[in-house]
Design a protein around this ligand. Structure first.
Ligand SMILES: [Zn+2]
Length: 198
């Protein structure tokens, strides 16, 4: 995923999205590892926003810190997510050249592996102006929801087993700062059909 100034307006129907997925709730355990201690409120917003984005899948998402994992969190599906940079709104923006990559997922011999990275420095860099203009509570929500949207994009690759991107929705290859800050990034119906076998 890279950043660009493109803009796509999404119009989704929650009712029609729900109708695409008729399977009972499945469990997905997400193991997390943070390079530096994250902002707890932002992490809370991230979890809530990811639940909202993944709602059409009827997924039951369990979060487990890799540092606290004891091997007893057996689940049918697991994903390991490493958060790079600083996932904290009160830290100074990262300096140095931006990679332009908000997140990525490992691929081996054409197969999508359940190992993803989310770069909080890139996210904060893309949202620098919005974060600076916002009150503390709003900053926490902005960062947390943006982290969820980037993570949902990587989940899209995992769920569909594809490296391809779409022109709209959560599967877009490029997000703007405005999109990251908005609630419009969701799976569209075509992407849901691709992931229906999950
Ligand atoms: Zn991607």
């Amino acid at each position: 995923m890279k950043t660009t100034m493109s803009f796509v307006l999404l119009m989704l129907s929650a009712t029609s999205l729900r109708s695409q997925i008729a399977e009972p709730a499945a469990a997905l355990t997400i193991y997390t590892r943070f390079a530096t201690p994250p902002s707890p409120p932002s992490v809370g917003y991230m979890k809530s926003e990811l639940d909202a984005i993944m709602f059409p899948f009827h997924l039951r998402i369990e979060w487990v810190s890799l540092e606290q994992a004891d091997g007893r969190e057996a689940a049918a599906r697991v994903m390991v997510v490493s958060f790079k940079g600083t996932c904290h709104v009160d830290s100074r923006p990262a300096v140095g050249p931006a990679s332009g990559r908000l997140g990525w997922t490992q691929v081996a011999e054409g197969e999508i592996l359940p190992f993803s990275d989310v770069d909080c420095n890139e996210i904060r860099s893309l949202m620098t102006a919005r974060l600076a203009m916002s009150l503390p509570e709003a900053r926490e929500r902005l960062l947390g929801c943006a982290m969820a949207r980037v993570l949902a994009h990587e989940l899209y690759h995992y769920l569909t087993g594809t490296t391809k991107h779409a022109s709209s929705g959560i599967a877009k290859a490029f997000y703007t700062g405005a999109e990251l800050a908005s609630g419009r990034l969701r799976f569209d119906e075509a992407q849901l059909r691709c992931a229906r076998g999950f």
